[in-house]
Write a protein that binds this ligand. Structure first.
Ligand SMILES: C[S@@+](CC[C@H](N)C(=O)[O-])C[C@H]1O[C@@H](n2cnc3c(N)ncnc32)[C@H](O)[C@@H]1O
Length: 254
């Protein structure tokens, strides 16, 4: 029985599932990543171009290195940190340039040294325990360059999106399940409030995917993916998108 999010990706079987199924060639997560990746790369390129020196990046909860492997070629130096040794073991194979750290950034404050120009935090906030989210974001803020370092953080289950009815149904169907299925949701307003309370101001909100993920598991998959590709990327209908990327700066309040 999983009792905390920190335990969720510790086992080799969980890592294998994440790589082969969650991010399998035909999965919904992969379809969204194909939309998100170029947008993220452009954000990092634009940020780097505006800097006078090389950019130092931290990918928090880097997992198997999906985001880090895309971004490390675009920055001067990259660190990845995660609490799961088995997730990081996979990242080591994908990220030849990055420095990879395993541990708890709250309990081991020495893990993060110096400041970072850019911090990414993908697929962590939504499923982390509510009490942990703000503590982690505030620690990330402490190591983000003042005043204009950038935090790129996503919430991959918008409660105001068309995914919501399927989540309600699955919660009812899987009621009393094994604790491994993640059926969390967060609204854009709640995400922005969490970020504000943690010392961040959202300067841009970019949505990815509007149509229900369930449709990707039907014969309509190609058509649905094409619709999401055409209409559901970037700034189109961002408060209804399923996966939302928040571009944040420090808000100066903490
Ligand atoms: C869904 S995976 C996301 C991995 C990667 N960011 C991505 O988007 O592919 C969530 C990751 O958060 C990590 N994690 C959970 N709790 C953590 C904590 N307290 N500190 C650091 N990493 C944590 C897990 O080990 C896992 O690798």
């Amino acid at each position: 029985m999983i009792t905390s999010y920190a335990e969720r990706f510790q086992q080799e079987s969980d890592v294998a599932f994440y790589e082969a199924a969650e991010y399998g060639a035909e999965s919904y997560a992969t379809a969204i990543w194909q939309l998100q990746r170029p947008v993220l790369e452009n954000l990092v390129k634009d940020f780097s171009t505006a800097q006078t020196g090389p950019v130092r990046l931290l990918d928090f909860a880097c997992g198997t290195g999906r985001v880090l492997s895309a971004l490390e070629p675009l920055v001067g130096a990259a660190d990845g940190v995660d609490i799961s040794e088995n997730m990081v073991a996979v990242a080591r194979g994908k990220c030849p340039k990055a420095r990879l750290l395993v541990g708890d950034i709250l309990a081991q404050t020495e893990l993060l040294q110096g400041t970072y120009d850019l911090i990414t935090c993908f697929r962590f906030v939504l499923n982390a325990e509510p009490g942990l989210r703000g503590r982690v974001l505030r620690r990330l803020r402490q190591v983000l360059r003042a005043p204009d370092g950038l935090l790129l953080v996503n919430v991959h289950g918008n409660s105001r999106s068309l995914r919501h009815p399927a989540i309600v149904w699955r919660r009812w169907r899987e009621h009393g399940g094994n604790g491994r299925t993640m059926l969390n949701e967060m609204s854009p307003a709640a995400a922005k409030q969490l970020l504000a309370e943690s010392g961040f101001e959202v300067v841009q909100q970019i949505g990815f995917g509007v149509l229900p993920p369930t449709l990707y598991r039907t014969p309509l998959r190609r058509m649905v993916a094409a619709v999401d590709r055409t209409f559901a990327c970037g700034n189109f209908w961002p408060d209804r998108a399923i996966d939302i990327l928040f571009v944040c700066r420090r808000n100066g309040k903490l």
